[in-house]
Design a protein around this ligand. Structure first.
Ligand code: MV4
Length: 696
């Protein structure tokens, strides 16, 4: 890709798409000009560009949407072409025309092609005799109540009212029966007028649970074109795409060809040029219907690039420079290689109606990228996410030889993407990708609603991993001399017990989750630590059970006051490796199912001494059974008492080998949380072994 296409282009966009377009342009030796608003002065797309022009203003209207400012920037820098990306001015026919008038190539279709597809009713009218299947309906000019009612009777219920000038789901209204039609028409008209300044409606038969399958087309300037197969974008939330994949699961070769050829027929009908997408609804019977055409490069184009090996931006630049498709490209030559899936990372709060989130990205660590893992990101660590633009931060895309492998690669990569400081849908995406229904490719436009229950099930709090991290932290200090780490303090009971005392350590931690749950954990080192052993093992006594934990902690990097660590954990023999972020007050575990936040442990040093041998009730409840007597020797983990709380039984176990000194409650007693139940005299390791031998 070293031939001459342009000397310099301007990228009339921001964020990940601006960065992505620059990557291809710069690889071709084309100079890139970025534009930016006041809110984006230090944004990634500005840093990556060869030149950058400040537009002033912060809102989109004052900056990226102001076509005069954009054209002035192109003229001022001598850019020969403008790439509009998606959104903003990308489907603005007046802008495409203004570029043409200014002698600057608009990297996209003609203004006429944008206009032809901009209005849904006229797009359908244009395709009426083209052989492209349309959803049965009415898209005529006559808009009287009488005519619309008559058409509704003809089409039948349920039906859908759509704004002719709309798109992307805005201004749609389902009508279930004739009883509400009159009111629904009036309401749909009002919505359409206020949203688009145009109250024309079209009527369609309402398809139940369709899939959104779209076809990527690409045309040169002479009417030659190819389709680059399809993408399934059914996983959406309120008409906002969340997951996209290519190829669409369950397609047959025959259906792929019919949809591909229908999409090309749409493009040819409007003498399309460049990259475009024809959206279809696909029903369960593999019947498909034209919905709309997007006359731009789309957000989800990377999945197509990954399965075809085509760089769509390279093709766009060629066609905008008046060249054809690359030599040797024909429909027959285009492969489908494996499978690719993309997730969109949004700055939004899934726990608060997915409202856009803002703030500083205190943590943004990409997973390891490769030929099968791609991250298209518009942000970097430390960025301020502003409320002014689209909340999409990045897209993560993974490829595999088949769908299963692509899904595995994507889940692995997403689990390794660490983000904090701004609320995002990262964990929500992980949960979507973990659904059996997704693995089975049960895709439809109501996928998220249908799986709502599973998506909102709380995950069990992994107290033991938080405790293990705290337990292992002192070992980290010794690892790197170059990284100054806080040295364990002399008064730190962990340090004292674990590394200086000959007695088996019994340590108490107070753990606190971000949602305010508090848990006391007791840890006893299973092996005496000699020096600073990096692979230690503990018996952890949590609220109502004990686990064996073991592991090691490695420092990956340091970002400001955040340390990024990798935890290799073994919990009751089960191995797990996960990244985590640690600051002075917080611990953030990036688990494969989602992240979990903890308030950092406050060592309960004094209490650890004070109730060294005491065992307290983990919650308020009733003592059901007492299994030991004073004077009895007990082994680590032995059940001493059974409690009942909220209809659940909880075993009170010996944290380590001990001598029972006192039993303070009897079966039937009610106890408050934290009540001391038994007093133990902890036995030194050697004594415990002797006692065990003596007993044997
Ligand atoms: C439909 C439909 C069912 N029947 N048309 C939503 C976005 C807009 N481009 C068209 N949309 C739909 N049109 C008929 N005749 C269902 C939808 C629809 C939808 C389509 C694609 C992806 C997600 C969707 C979610 C809800 C509804």
């Amino acid at each position: 890709m070293t031939e001459h296409l342009f000397n310099k282009i301007l990228i009339a966009n921001r964020g990940e798409i601006a960065v992505r377009v620059m990557r291809t342009a710069q690889a071709l030796g084309i100079r890139t000009v970025a534009i930016y608003s006041d809110a984006d002065a230090s944004a990634l797309h500005v840093q990556q560009a060869d030149e950058a022009i400040a537009l002033g203003g912060v809102t989109a209207a004052e900056s990226y949407l102001d076509m005069h400012k954009v054209l002035d920037a192109a003229r001022a820098t001598g850019a020969e072409a403008i790439h509009p990306g998606y959104g903003f001015l990308s489907e603005n026919a007046a802008f495409a025309r203004a570029c043409e008038d200014a002698g600057i190539a608009f990297i996209g279709p003609s203004a006429a092609a944008i206009e032809a597809m901009g209005d849904k009713a006229s797009a359908k009218a244009l395709l009426a005799d083209s052989g492209v299947p349309l959803v049965p309906g009415y898209h005529g000019d006559e808009q009287s109540d009488e005519r619309l009612s008559a058409e509704a009777e003809r089409i039948g219920y349920p039906l859908l009212l759509k704004a002719s000038a709309g798109g992307g789901g805005k201004g749609m209204r389902i009508v279930l029966s004739a009883a509400t039609l009159h009111d629904d028409i009036a309401a749909a008209r009002r919505e359409a007028r206020s949203a688009f300044g145009d109250d024309r409606l079209l009527i369609e038969k309402y398809l139940i649970r369709p899939r959104h399958v779209e076809v990527q087309v690409f045309m040169d300037s002479s009417g030659n074109g190819v389709y680059l197969f399809e993408r399934d974008c059914s996983v959406q939330r309120r008409h906002q795409k969340v997951i996209e994949e290519a190829p669409a699961p369950g397609m047959t070769a025959a259906l792929r060809q019919r949809m591909g050829e229908a999409a090309l027929a749409v493009a040819q009908r409007i003498q399309y040029r460049g990259a475009g997408t024809v959206e279809f609804l696909l029903d369960a019977n593999h019947e498909f219907f034209f919905m709309e055409m997007n006359t731009r490069l789309q957000v989800e184009h990377p999945v197509t690039e990954m399965i075809t090996g085509v760089d769509l931006v390279y093709w766009q630049l060629r066609v905008a420079a008046g060249k054809g498709l690359p030599d040797g490209v024909s429909q027959q030559s285009l492969p489908i290689n494996g499978h690719a899936i993309e997730v969109r990372l949004y700055a939004e709060d899934p726990d608060n109606h997915f409202l856009p989130a803002i703030g500083r990205l205190t943590l943004w660590q990409a997973p390891e990228l490769s030929a099968s893992v791609r991250l298209d990101s518009g942000v970097q660590q430390g960025d301020e996410v502003s409320p002014y633009y689209d909340p999409m931060l990045a897209k993560l895309i993974a490829h595999g030889r088949d769908r299963t492998e692509a899904l595995h690669n994507l889940r692995t990569a997403l689990a390794a993407l660490q983000v904090d400081g701004v609320k995002t849908n990262r964990d929500f995406l992980l949960r979507l990708l973990s659904l059996d229904a997704f693995a089975r490719a049960e895709l439809s436009t109501d996928f998220i609603e249908r799986n709502q229950h599973e998506l909102t099930q709380p995950l069990p709090t992994r107290w033991e991993l938080a405790a293990l991290t705290e337990l292992l932290l002192p070992t980290l200090a010794s690892q790197s001399q170059s990284q100054p780490q806080p040295q364990p303090q002399a008064h730190d009971p962990w340090y004292a017990d674990g590394f200086q005392s000959a007695l088996p350590a019994q340590r108490v931690l107070r753990l606190e989750s971000a949602v305010g749950d508090v848990l006391r954990a007791r840890a006893r080192a299973n092996e005496q630590a000699h020096g600073l052993d990096r692979n230690q093992s503990w018996n952890l006594l949590l609220a109502d059970h004990s686990v064996q934990v073991q592991g090691r902690l490695e420092l990956n990097s340091q970002a400001g006051d955040i340390r990024l660590l990798q935890l290799e954990a073994r919990v009751n023999g089960q191995l797990q490796s996960l990244p985590l972020a640690l600051s002075e007050h917080e611990l953030l575990l990036f688990l494969p199912q989602g992240s979990q936040r903890f308030v950092r442990n406050r060592w309960l040093g004094e209490q650890a001494q004070e109730d060294h041998g005491g065992l307290t009730a983990p919650m308020a409840g009733q003592v059901l059974e007492v299994r030991v007597q004073p004077g009895e020797q007990v082994k680590a983990g032995q059940v001493l008492m059974i409690m009942e709380a909220m209809k659940m039984e909880h075993s009170i176990r010996a944290p380590q080998a001990a001598l029972v000194q006192a039993v303070l409650y009897q079966a039937g007693d009610q106890v408050a949380e934290g009540t001391e139940l038994l007093q133990l005299e902890i036995m030194a390791e050697a004594d415990a072994e002797n006692a065990a031998e003596a007993g044997a």
